[in-house]
Design a protein around this ligand. Structure first.
Ligand code: ADP
Ligand code: MG
Length: 338
């Protein structure tokens, strides 16, 4: 049974269909991510689960209970927002204790629980600080501890890392994953950052204009994108228009690439799957070479296409050099959906 389930949920603001017929179910203990560009309806979907919005149509379930007409405080959720949203006039201790005191737990138990929660998010010793005396990363840990204090059935996280610097973001991302695994808490996560989604999730729903365009594991979404939109949004790569015939890709002539499918569509060429190869199928010219430390990314113009090619660090051809590229034996073939 799903821990959280949305059934054909719709939500409009005036003319905008913010959520346009979304159905999905989260499994027990799952890290589930809504991924998509700004404005695609991620936050609205999360707010419908949290209870800050009611759907125009459709149903929201948490466990065995239909919740879409319940106020937020009656739903078994904990939520963390992008911009911290701590109580500024309360200490770290006060913030985390707040939901426990609402439940009228005895003060001794409040102290014990807050202590355990702060230890879990590595903030022991900072009980008496105020939010403004903390870094962004620390504030987000407090927000997480406060969300966990409610002992929710579901943790809702709306871009909780996006306001942080790259280094802290990656650090906290790792910790979030570790913590979620340890606690085994069903988590609904929202992000526009495809790398974050791939790194954290058990499954991802890629959203576009209020609809779920693909639902799958990170590997499925990356290696077998269902639509050109998903292919462009997740990972780097170039879509080459052509045709699949008898298991091979054709662009005028047949290419030495196996594909699944038939008819018109796009071959997805990921930078890590292309190789420099003197015997390669395509010939082209290097237009741009970018040193990225762990790799060198080339842009090669070949047959009217601008292809990206990742090389391991080391000697790389310079701009203007002629090169040949070998193609992967097999690659994703993506069709426009009607
Ligand atoms: P995301 O979180 O993916 O960026 P949102 O769910 O915030 O997207 O927004 C989806 C769409 O709904 C956007 O077009 C946004 O402008 C619109 N929208 C969201 N909230 C409101 C609101 N309170 N009033 C009017 N329009 C809104
Ligand atoms: Mg949002």
């Amino acid at each position: 049974m799903a821990v959280v389930e949305l059934r054909e949920v719709h939500k409009r603001y005036g003319k905008t269909a913010a959520v346009d017929g979304v159905s999905l179910g989260l499994r027990e203990g799952e890290f589930f991510t809504l991924l998509g560009p700004s404005g695609c309806g991620k936050t609205t979907t999360l707010r419908l689960v949290a209870g800050f919005e009611a759907p125009d149509r459709g149903e929201v379930w948490i466990g065995k209970e239909r919740v879409d007409r319940l106020p937020p405080e009656r739903r078994p959720i904990g939520m963390v927002f992008q911009n911290y949203a701590l109580f500024p006039n309360m200490t770290v201790f006060g913030n985390v204790a707040f939901p426990l005191r609402l439940k009228r737990l005895p003060e001794g138990e409040v102290r014990r629980k807050v202590g355990a929660l702060l230890e879990m998010v590595h903030l022991s010793g900072l009980e008496d600080r105020y939010p403004k005396e903390l870094s962004g990363g620390q504030q987000q840990r407090v927000a997480l501890a406060r969300a966990l204090a409610r002992e929710p059935k579901v943790l809702l996280l709306d871009e909780p890392l996006s306001a942080l610097d790259a280094k802290i973001r990656e650090e906290l991302r790792g910790e979030l994953k570790r913590l979620q695994r340890e606690v085994g808490l069903t988590t609904l996560y929202v992000t526009h950052d495809q790398e974050e989604a791939l790194a954290l999730s058990d499954r991802i729903a890629v959203m576009r204009e209020g609809k779920v365009e693909q639902l799958g594991t990170p590997k499925e979404v990356y290696e077998a994108p269902a639509t050109p939109f998903v292919a462009r949004f997740v990972g780097a790569g170039v879509l080459v228009a052509g045709e699949a015939r008898e298991g091979r890709f054709h662009r005028g002539r047949p290419w030495p690439v196996r594909v699944a499918g038939e008819g018109k569509g796009y071959l997805l060429l990921r930078p890590e799957r292309l190789r420099l190869d003197p015997e390669g199928f395509l010939e082209g010219e290097v237009r741009l070479s970018t040193y990225l430390g762990s790799l060198v990314r080339l842009e090669v113009e070949a047959e009217g296409l601008l292809l990206k090619v990742d090389l391991s660090p080391g000697p790389a051809p310079g701009v203007g050099e002629r090169v040949r590229l070998s193609l992967p034996e097999e690659a994703p073939f993506v069709k426009e959906v009607a």
